[in-house]
Design a protein around this ligand. Sequence first.
Ligand code: PGA
Length: 264
Amino acid sequence: MSNMNKTMIVANWKMHLNAHEASLLVHRLDDRIKIHRDVEVVLAPSMLSLQPLSLQIDRRKFRLAAQTANEHDQGAFTGEVSFTMLHDLVHYVIIGHSERRIYFHETFEVVRDKVAAAVRNKITPILCVGETHVERKNGETKQVLHDQLVTALSNLTTEEVENVVIAYEPVWAISTFGGELAKPSQISEAVDLIRSQIRELYGERVAASVRVLYGGSVDDHTISGYLEVPGINGALVGAASLNYHKFSAIIDAAYRLHHKVKEG
Ligand code: PGA
């Protein structure tokens, strides 16, 4: 089954849960979540938990993602972890999350180099893009998305871009940055912009096959509405992914919706 036909749900645990707590949460999720062929569940724990979780997870149910990594393959970069080191452990890596851009001053160029380093090491980037509240108010959303996308993808070939996952995360909708609920019409407009920019740069086929996720205050109550937005292939979930009731309910909703769409 092609990736496009699956719904992708990513748990971004951010800097929460030590290795023991992460393992417990995976145990609980494993009990609660069934094997779904059409729903891909990706867990992004702290760097420290990746190794033990890679041994613990049922690979039919879960895949792992890193939350970031360094753009260099190796070298004198105290405290950093490279994509080369992650390459056996994870399928995906989240790159350019707004917390990295805002708190750790990741520039467009650093994001571009990380995307290229991930691809070079056979790890699929989940590239986060999204405007701030001020940028939206000033009518700059289209320009911001354009600039973030064009720079981040500029060192990839067309074939490589086809595999990238893009997460549209308006900064103002992320729970810890304000948590204003985005309207489906705002998301649909942004997804159209993202796909049309990809179409202009890489052509129709790539625009149609790139997966686009939505992220920002997604929980068990809002998930269905967001997954129904045309052009959305899944969700990036922060706070709600730390709670196994909420996160497993999100997976259930994705599964139900997937089947409703297929049957309907
Ligand atoms: P949230 O976080 O679901 O807590 O809003 C999403 C994210 O930051 O990826």
